[in-house]
Design a binder for this molecule. Structure first.
Ligand code: HEM
Length: 373
């Protein structure tokens, strides 16, 4: 086990230790308990699923799980492809020589997918785009009072947009996720609101970052693109392993814990480093190398255990469709030497702020995908 101190907190980096914490019982995800919680943390509304423990968490997951299974989501793959193609149409109309793929591509796909799933109009979609980055500040290791204030303010802004929408959906139900939740026995408007917040906080930036990270990786290793087309599902797993968007998670021990030969007393917060676990040389040969033909082996890019990503299938579908369709439509796309990709400073997330590229000429054929989709 290699422990790297971040602000003097214990950071677990081996695959075995990280999995053990994520799968273990008696670990809390509640930010109010974390070692670095400022007093303002007490004001965090207790609505975020990922911060719930045990019984409360289980109840909300039971409500949501059926909507996010593979069999429930595969039928909407064509809708996601259509969304991706519409975003590509927008890219094709760009007149400037250099295009930022983060703002003009990766972010637009999950935004449109979430807006479709929740069936919200342009006003709510714009609110999601503007405020979600602030909502997730709550997830930072070492988030300070200002971060929490930003996060709470953003949650209130989104509440103001979503509450009337949910109340209206109560009167006029449709064929969308909000209506489905309202029809579920015993779920209140406040709970539906909380679930919408969770989906926005967890389901917007993570796929956007994963798509951007994947594009960058494939621009840097163009020889790997043929493997993306041969087997997109396998390629996405390898991307989630080496270039997944969430890097660090926190957990606080609710009971005395033992990880390997290390005793962790009740009340201790640990940080688990998903990227280091995913590149643990004891588990993966040549671990930092992206090899899209690599024999798949479980990773923690989507977490593990009770809090494992609810939107794993949705994230995988979006990433696969976004990458195969982009590299089909713009086969000569390339990085601009003088414009470097810019990374976010938030160390919990591996995400790009900007990815300037030259698109090159457009190809209008269908992607040539392998059989294994
Ligand atoms: C490829 C993109 C994605 C990545 C890399 C990703 C990654 C993760 C990770 C690592 C966790 C575990 C957090 C923890 O243990 O504390 C997580 C949880 C979660 N994700 Fe994702 N995610 C992605 C896409 C999505 C999408 C599209 C949605 C929904 C629309 C979503 C919804 C959630 C939710 C609700 C949780 C909390 C689950 C719980 O606490 O039970 N994610 N995600």
């Amino acid at each position: 086990m290699k422990d790297v101190p971040i602000d003097e907190v214990l950071v677990l980096t081996s695959y075995a230790d990280v999995s053990s914490v994520l799968r273990g019982v008696g670990w809390s995800n509640d930010p109010r308990l974390h070692y670095d919680a400022p007093p303002e943390a007490a004001k965090i509304p207790p609505i975020f699923l990922m911060f719930f423990d045990e019984v409360d968490h289980h109840r909300v997951r039971e409500i949501l799980n059926p909507t996010f299974t593979r069999s429930a989501l595969e039928p909407i793959r064509p809708l996601i492809s259509t969304i991706v193609d519409a975003v590509l149409d927008g890219l094709a109309e760009e007149t400037s020589d250099i295009v930022d793929l983060v703002h003009n591509y990766s972010e637009l796909i999950p935004l449109a997918v979430l807006s479709e799933l929740l069936d919200v109009g342009p006003e709510a979609a714009e609110a999601i785009r503007i405020h979600t980055a602030d909502v997730v500040k709550i997830l930072q290791v070492g988030s300070n009072a200002a971060d929490l204030a930003d996060s709470i303010d953003a949650a209130f802004e989104l509440t103001a947009v979503f509450t009337p929408l949910i109340v209206d959906r109560q009167k006029r139900p449709g064929n969308d996720l909000i209506s489905g939740l309202l029809a579920y026995g015993g779920v209140t408007v406040d709970e539906v609101l909380a679930i919408c917040m969770i989906l926005l906080a967890a389901g917007y930036e993570t796929p956007a970052d994963t798509i951007s990270n994947g594009v960058l990786a494939l621009l840097r290793q163009p020889d790997q693109r043929k493997y993306l087309f041969a087997d997109p599902a396998r390629a996405v797993e390898e991307l989630l392993r080496v270039a997944g968007s969430i890097r660090l998670l926190k957990r606080t021990a609710l009971i005395d814990q033992k990880i390997g030969d290390l005793d962790i007393p009740t009340g201790t917060t640990v940080v688990v480093d998903l990227h280091r676990a995913n590149t643990d040389p004891r588990r993966y040969a040549d671990p930092e190398r992206m090899d899209l033909t690599r024999q798949p082996r479980a990773h923690v890019g989507l977490g593990k255990g009770a809090h494992m990503c609810l939107g794993a299938t949705l994230g995988r579908i979006q990433t696969g469709e976004a990458l195969t369709r982009l590299f089909t439509r713009f086969p000569d796309i390339r990085l601009v030497d003088s414009h470097r990709p810019q990374w976010r400073t938030m160390k919990e997330l591996q995400g790009l702020l900007a990815l300037p590229v030259k698109l090159g000429p457009e190809f209008r054929g269908a992607p040539e995908l392998g059989a294994d989709r």
